[in-house]
Design a protein around this ligand. Structure first.
Ligand code: AMP
Ligand code: MG
Length: 352
């Protein structure tokens, strides 16, 4: 079914307030709205309304077993939806909320099965975006929102990206500008000891370790799962973020990686690289991730870079990749997933 998708933009505060009210009204009425957050755009619905949540899965083409994150507008909403909230959750909330951190906690029954993919836990986040916080507060319900992309495609970091994927499938899109962080939230499971990192994201693992101490890293973060292995975050098992052309990621020393790519690149190949190496790939479709030394910029650009190639006819894509310190862990994870974990290590190649 197609519908007219409203695109909310504004020139002054009065129009902005109207847009927020209308978006909140759509959510309350069981509709779907593309909403801005600091990480990536979300596809939001009333997380307590099972019918509305079902439509999210339909609009995205998302597998039903892949649960959604509930977005709340205040820390004290935690108790409305979660059972046995550990002290650590409050510590993390105090330190990192609002912000790019999702906590997995035991759910209360008020949260419907469709929202949690049938799990007895729920992912919760207090996002850091004033527009969306106002929409959640006005709607007075938690907003269940996965990333607003069509399932499998790179996530959306602008309202225009959301329009590209969701036009005619949802009631509205709110343009809150480009996303400040650019990769999804970091997901930590607090129902196990030690806590477990399920997805690297906009909050560096090192920041979490300062508060939590020991953190186990789920195997799906760093490698492709084999048949029969399960990911603790169901979403981590799916092919993800992938452009149409096949992607190869080259890790290791940046200079060596660039040289390796140049030696193996087909004439019709596209390149994702750091600013410093752009001149090596003249004549190729190219997206820069920003400087090799600026991880925040790499995070902001990585999805846009992956999306860009779908508007070209490159036969293959080669990507340079940051190391796993700080936000590099999240950027590298998105690139490797886009590549189906087809990764070459330039340092090893040199030794071989
Ligand atoms: P997205 O909203 O597209 O960023 O996807 C949400 C991610 O959170 C997916 O990888 C889900 O598998 C994960 N997730 C959401 N809820 C849970 C939960 N209760 N337990 C484990 N992972 C979850
Ligand atoms: Mg997603």
């Amino acid at each position: 079914m197609t519908m007219g998708t409203r695109f909310f933009q504004w020139k002054n505060d009065a129009q902005k307030n109207d847009a927020i009210s209308e978006a909140a009204q759509i959510i309350r009425a069981g509709g779907l709205v593309g909403i801005p957050t600091e990480t990536v755009y979300g596809l939001g619905a009333n997380g307590l309304n099972g019918e509305a949540v079902k439509h999210i899965f339909e609009a995205k083409g998302r597998p039903q077993d892949n649960p959604l994150i509930l977005h709340i507008a205040s820390v004290d909403w935690l108790e409305r939806y979660c059972e046995d909230v550990p002290e650590l959750a409050y510590l993390l909330a105090e330190k990192f909320w609002p912000g790019p951190l999702t906590m997995i906690l035991r759910r209360k029954n008020i949260v419907p099965d469709v929202t949690t993919g049938g799990l007895n836990t729920v992912g919760i986040r207090f996002p850091d975006h004033s527009i969306t916080l106002e929409i959640i507060s006005k709607a007075d319900v938690p907003i269940a929102a996965p990333s607003a992309n069509t399932s499998g495609r790179p996530s959306c970091t602008t309202a225009a990206d959301v329009l590209e994927d969701m036009n005619g499938k949802i009631e509205g899109i709110v343009d809150g500008g480009p996303c400040r962080v650019g990769v999804e939230s970091t997901i930590i499971d607090l129902t196990v000891t030690p806590p477990r990192l399920l997805r690297p994201g906009g909050l560096p693992l090192e920041s979490l370790q300062e508060i939590c101490g020991d953190i186990e890293i789920d195997q799906a973060v760093t490698r492709q799962l084999k048949d029969g292995e399960t990911a603790k975050a169901p979403g981590m098992k799916y092919r993800h973020y992938a452009p149409k052309a096949p992607v190869t990621v080259v890790t290791g020393d940046a200079q060596k990686a660039a040289a390796y790519i140049r030696a193996h690149l087909a004439p019709t190949g596209g390149v994702i690289c750091f600013d410093e190496f752009v001149p090596m790939f003249e004549g190729h479709a190219l997206e820069s991730l920003g400087s090799a030394f600026d991880q925040a910029e790499q995070a902001r650009r990585v999805f846009d870079a992956l999306r860009f190639f779908d508007s070209t006819d490159v036969s293959e894509i080669w990507a340079q990749c940051p190391d796993s310190a700080g936000l590099g862990l999240a950027v590298a994870n998105r690139l490797k997933k886009a590549a189906g974990f087809h990764v070459i290590d330039a340092d090893e190649e040199e030794r071989a």
